[in-house]
Design a protein around this ligand. Structure first.
Ligand SMILES: Cc1cc2nc3c(=O)[nH]c(=O)nc-3n(C[C@H](O)[C@H](O)[C@H](O)COP(=O)(O)OP(=O)(O)OC[C@H]3O[C@@H](n4cnc5c(N)ncnc54)[C@H](O)[C@@H]3O)c2cc1C
Length: 359
């Protein structure tokens, strides 16, 4: 996780080849989980994390059971005040260390001179000179939209062949009263698990029988909703690239809410909604320049993992680096923070596999 891979030998080292065998890299997650759990519901609990890495438990290497180790043995954390508090904390640290942060300043071009990145041009024309450029934008976007074709390490054709992690049908809801049947994290699994995954990965469509993740942060954090009310985030994983009309969105929202009423013991939920915002595939594309409107980016299939994932340094442009979910180690907030360490190590030529905190 904390090492930049340059060759296959950087990954398949002695430790991975010996201790790594215990992770059953060559079995599928579903087969591995089935060895320990016969109950279908428990299998679903152990396999649900896979949705967010962009492949199904029937295809994913058993290696990714590591995620369940993190969930169940190490625990899930929530920043009090909501996720934005994490962003606030990071920007405080950056500013304390002399960084100048400029938000709402979209970059429209990475400026390359004599094969070297020398700055960026913002929308509106302002040019910012730089000794080096590190792009955190979606990697497809950085490569194909911010660079000219000869400067692209991975061209459009490469991206068209990639597997993308799912997008999401999200509802942000403000509810007029407390909902005692909910806890902070709630999962509802569809009965036909395999079909649900097929609706996301094989035959992309709005799932007939969706699985839902419902987050009710106001259950544990009173600062995120007015007193006596509830703040809900409802997420249905759906295929990236899906085109959904406004009428379809409204109809699907109603269907998901009806499902929550009956299956999550929330009678009359629809009448209690004071605020509703739907956020889905096209929004991820418009707001975040996300390829195919994926919520998460490049999927973690075996062939898009570790040495097979795009590297964090351009092959074509000197002094151009990448950070974030599209490069190593991959998807997830903590994982993306590790990718920042990897970018730092790359820039400074640090080859150690230890986390920066221990160097
Ligand atoms: C709904 C949802 C729930 C999630 N829940 C979790 C969770 O519970 N735990 C977890 O670990 N992970 C979670 N994730 C995944 C995690 O959020 C992502 O993997 C991670 O945030 C990706 O980080 P990033 O830095 O690669 O990209 P981003 O966080 O998307 O940052 C990229 C930034 O680049 C900006 N940008 C794009 N184009 C330009 C441009 N031209 N100029 C300037 N800036 C630009 C974007 O506006 C954006 O701010 C979730 C993701 C989603 C969508």
């Amino acid at each position: 996780m904390f090492k930049n891979y340059d060759t296959i030998f950087d990954f398949f080292n002695k430790r991975v080849m010996t201790e790594g065998q215990k992770l059953s890299v060559f079995s599928t997650m579903h087969k591995f989980v089935s060895k320990f759990f016969t109950s279908k519901k428990l299998q679903q609990v152990m396999e649900y994390t896979m949705v967010f890495l962009g492949t199904s438990p029937y295809e994913a290497p058993a290696l990714y059971n590591l995620m369940s180790h993190m969930d169940f043995n190490q625990g899930v954390f929530y920043p009090q005040g909501g996720f934005y508090e994490l962003i606030r904390a990071l920007s405080n640290i950056a500013e304390k260390n002399g960084a100048v942060l400029r938000t709402n300043s979209p970059v429209e071009k990475i400026i390359v001179r004599d094969g070297k990145a020398v700055g960026v041009r913002l929308e509106g024309g302002e040019v910012i000179d730089a000794d080096l450029v590190i792009s955190n934008a979606d990697m497809w976007f950085t490569e194909t939209q911010l660079l000219d074709i000869p400067q692209q390490t991975h061209k459009e054709k490469y991206w068209q062949k990639r597997t993308m992690a799912p997008s999401a049908f999200i509802m942000y809801l403000g509810v007029s009263e407390k909902l005692p049947s909910l806890i902070h994290h709630n999962l509802l699994f569809s009965e036909d698990w395999r079909k649900n995954f097929d609706d996301i990965y094989k035959d992309p469509r709005l799932p007939d029988e969706p699985s839902l993740y419902v987050c009710a942060p106001s259950v544990t954090d009173p600062s995120v909703a007015p007193e006596g009310k509830e703040n809900l985030f409802v997420l249905v994983p759906i295929a990236s690239g899906l085109e959904i009309s406004d009428a379809e969105k409204d109809a699907y929202a109603d269907r998901v809410l009806a499902l929550m009423e009956t299956e999550m013991n929330l009678p009359g939920l629809r009448e209690k909604i004071e605020y509703k915002r739907i956020y889905t595939v096209a929004d991820f594309g418009i707001d975040y320049n996300a390829f195919k409107g994926s919520a998460l980016g490049l999927a973690h299939t075996l062939r898009q993992t570790a040495i097979f994932r795009p590297k964090n340094k351009s092959k074509k442009v000197e002094n151009l680096f990448y950070v974030g979910a599209g490069t190593n180690p991959g998807i997830g907030t903590q994982i993306c923070l590790i990718s920042a360490e990897l970018a730092y190590k790359r820039v400074h030529g640090i080859t150690s596999a230890e986390p920066m905190t221990s160097l």
